[in-house]
Design a protein around this ligand. Sequence first.
Ligand code: DPP
Ligand code: ZN
Length: 852
Amino acid sequence: HVAIHRKDYRPPDWLVPSIALEVDLDPQRTTVRSRLMVTRNGDHGRALRLAGDELTPLEVRVDGDDADWVMDGNDLVVTIERDRAEVETTVALVPAANTKLMGLYASGGILCTQCESEGFRRIAFHPDRPDVLSVYSVRMTADRACFPVLLANGNLVAAGEAGGGLHWAQWDDPFPKPSYLFAMVAGDLQPNRDRFTTMSGREVELAIWVRQIDLPKTAHAMASLKAAMRWDEETYGREYDLDLFNIVAVDDFNFGAMENKGLNIFNSRYVLADQDTATDSDFDNIAGVVAHEYFHNWSGDRVTCRDWFQLSLKEGFTVFRDQSFSADMGSAAVKRIDDVRVLRAAQFPEDAGPLAHPVRPETYIEITNFYTATVYNKGAELIRMMRTILGDEAYRKGSDLYFDRHDGQAATCEDFVRAMEDASGVDLGQFRLWYSQAGTPLVDARLSHDRDAATATLELSQSIPDTPGQTGKAPMLLPLRTALIGSDSGEPIGEERLILLGTATTTVRFDGVTEPPLLSINRDFSAPVNLRVERRDGELERLAEVDPDPFARYEAGQELMYRVLLAGASGEAADTAPVIAAARGTLVSDTLDPAFKSEALSLPAESLIGDRMQWVDPEAIHRSRDTLRSAIGSELGELLAAAQAVGAAGHDLSPKAKGIRRLRSVALSLMAAGDPLRGAAAAKAQFDLADNMTDRQGALLVLASLDSPEREAAFDAFYIRYRDDSLVLDKWFALQAAAQRLDTIEVVEKLASHPDFTVRNPNRWRALVGNFAANQWCFHDPSGRGYRFLADMILGVDRINPQVAARQVSSLGRWRRLEPVRAALMQAELERIVQSPGLSRDVFEQASKSLA
Ligand code: DPP
Ligand code: ZN
């Protein structure tokens, strides 16, 4: 397995200005004839090297003649004398046997493609690197009865009958694009059609293609698409460029979705929704992913990446764009809280573990392993910080300049930062360290008050932890939005400040501080750092009450909970009264909205508590968290019951209605922790009366962890009702895998041989295996049985789909953080994985790095 390094980048030897593909589609034998127009790039005598993966050339021609070629490993090497030539290759594929879901494959009778990052080489020999951009023309032929709809990128230019029950269609895409954005679909699909008029008055035809029976579930995705198109015009000045925009939903898909030019292909879970089958968060995720892929049309397709080390150029930026869109469509505060929760749950542990890498990685073995929370979510934080530092107006000038300068090009992260600098005049020299240094910065803060001088002094220091291959890091530029609040008056003292902490230590002075100040720092989570603040007695309690920054206020409440939870986990008694008082204040408040209340009442997850302990002890964490939950539940039973009793009709998708439903299930869960009998009855009633999946799933989630007769009845009813709806059946698997019960491991092992379980479908596999591995208490059973199960499942799916397998390895990779008994058991399973014969490059990289 060869490591690839960013420093080795060289421009391509040959360019491919245009490509013509002729594809005869058949699930058992598809032939692809590809004609590449190639031109020599620069003054050199090197041969043309084309990548292939599981391809055998049936024929290779150069300018119509038999070519001089050899295979070098997987590469086809063609000798070409002239500076431009037409290179024609023919290959045969078996889409029905393609279980990796990369390249051309079959999903539920639909033929579709996935080419990012290196899937095009499974369809045709090609340089298959993102800095080679071509204009594509695709002629597809297929059986008309099985595949009445034929789609590819760009515009449909001609179609017709081909005899013998076959038909054909030709699609031309006028925009030069890298091969990873190529797409093709053939299937028995029906469209939900709509139109969009762009800001310059052009008409765009929109279509979402699904199986006939799923058509009624596409309305929300279509509404989201139109909202995203409008938002990108208004917020970034970006207009759609083709006359058509197609989305196709398929059930078997490795990623969430893919931004192929003019033909986005989606995992059906991010398209299909109605109130009976999808939760509010499913609806929100659909809007977010539809927007994300649409936004890629500019941040990804029009301006693409020079090489895969630059992945965050398109992904970090596009995640930031979709986060901003969702914030504008609903509650910005709650969206921020959710995004930070994801960052802390997924990215911070990555940054603190064996797989830590910079947002712009320096090396990889398998690029698919770098579609990570660091590249995506931390990458988005980098863009957000630049906006904070530059201000909204200069940031927009910077993005305009970036799109202007690099339209039609394959660019780098450096190009993006330079555009921001050039447009704003702000020096981002030190800021660039965010792209190259891995690890979450740690900031210490201490505020002191001089009553006589009416001043306050804030001492700040930062350090960046060592990560694999990186030690002794330089201080970074951390934008910390900071304010002081009077602890007596509860009123802000002066204006909020943006502190740009760029040195290892610094001191900031505040004047006019006549009353003891509360420190509100890193408001709205303006820098993705870990913060350690010396707090005075009562300071957090007061901040949780009065901080006008919703995020900081939420954080203060969470910190109160952490105090109790961490003390409990290390066997110390802690006073729960402040947490209960804060929770009571939240519940009775008539100014806080229900969605914020539900956030403020949710305890930190077990994994996040573990992240703050020197050694993770899952049993102690679980007990401590359970104890606090039941204390809140029994103290505030009546208030919780009242919140649980309020509902909102399932068809109402307004932010307010969604907030009410969210609060309802959070309240139910706490109520059940305080009084399981009463909780079970309330949950069963909520389940039975629900007119929407949010209430139904919320109730089932509570029942899942209880020992009560209602539990089994509800799970059975759910299964019988939804056994034919694969997306809902995923929830049935997921909820059982997430149940906090002593018998969960047994149940999960049994579910792995349930007739509805399959390793072929990534959604189903993750529903069971991914949710179980995230179930801290059960996965970390001291017997090691959970680890063995996970390793077996990883090895089993690796032979079929290495991407799915590799993405789960990190659950075992946390072994060094666990107490020694569990750590040894986890390590042993990783070793068993690494030593397994025939391991994929994907899993090898993740498992071997996790052991290093
Ligand atoms: N580029 C895709 C996305 O993140 C992943 N394949 O949208
Ligand atoms: Zn993306």
